[in-house]
Write a protein that binds this ligand. Sequence first.
Ligand SMILES: NC(=[NH2+])NCCC[C@H](N)C(=O)O
Ligand SMILES: [Mn+2]
Ligand SMILES: [Mn+2]
Length: 300
Amino acid sequence: MNRKISIVGVPCDYGQQRRGVDMGPSAIRYAGLQQRLVNLGFEVEDEGNIQVIERNAIDQKDEKLLNLDEVIKVNTALAEKVYEVVKKDHTPLVLGGDHSIAIGTLAGLSMKYKNMGVIWFDAHADLNTPETTPSGNIHGMPLATSIGLGHKRLTSILHGEPKIKAENIIIIGGRSIDEGERELIKTRGIKIYTMHEIDRLGMTHVMEETVNYFKQNQIDGMHLSLDLDALDPLYTPGVGTPVAGGITYRESHLAMEMIQESGLLTSAEFVEVNPILDERNKTADVAVALIGSLFGETLV
Ligand SMILES: NC(=[NH2+])NCCC[C@H](N)C(=O)O
Ligand SMILES: [Mn+2]
Ligand SMILES: [Mn+2]
């Protein structure tokens, strides 16, 4: 990982229907992100926010994929930005916004990494397609999109190839998986550690297996996409789609520390922080604490 980090904010809430997640980047910055990274010895460049058109100005069209045009616009701009960041060899740290922004992040990263491993830390699998989505919300589709499944205009952002390989995905924390997603997990052989495996094996074992698996696959980069709803809502109440029975604060820190220890990490994104639903910025505080561990903070 390069010691120069580029922060990119994406104040996008078009991938789902609750307002407020567009304020995520601001809340995470406010929680002390930059100083935290500087204290760890990183050179930090805040690239500012991707421009997102004000939601009030858009009338909701009656469409199957909600706000498709806006999601495409944001993700195209983000993909180009992330590509710029990796071209100058900086480590991208992307702040959401809802999880639809992973479409742009992964597209940008795919320009540099051809065999990238992706850790999808999430209560959900985000593997829906226009055919299987129960909601029409594009934040439920970024993983499917990135392996080349879904609306052509989404899968062809930046280039027409799949952005990542299904066998290079590991979902951690899953506990709300839709029928169509289950099918894809089976047919595509996508690796997933649900809460069942986390309870049964323990987070240490899950992370050891994750790191070993990626080493076996000879990945050329590793991206962490962390949806704050992976944690139990007890710790991160400020999310739009909370699911009970999640990862604990301690387990999530351990996972971050073990990713850091692996030395494989090359980029990260933290998404779904919704300050309107939060309690005194608790969820953004957790995001920044996790980023601290991910980038090398230790207890002593
Ligand atoms: N990134 C998220 N929080 N995604 C939640 C997705 C929920 C549900 N599976 C859907 O497709 O609508
Ligand atoms: Mn989620
Ligand atoms: Mn998600």
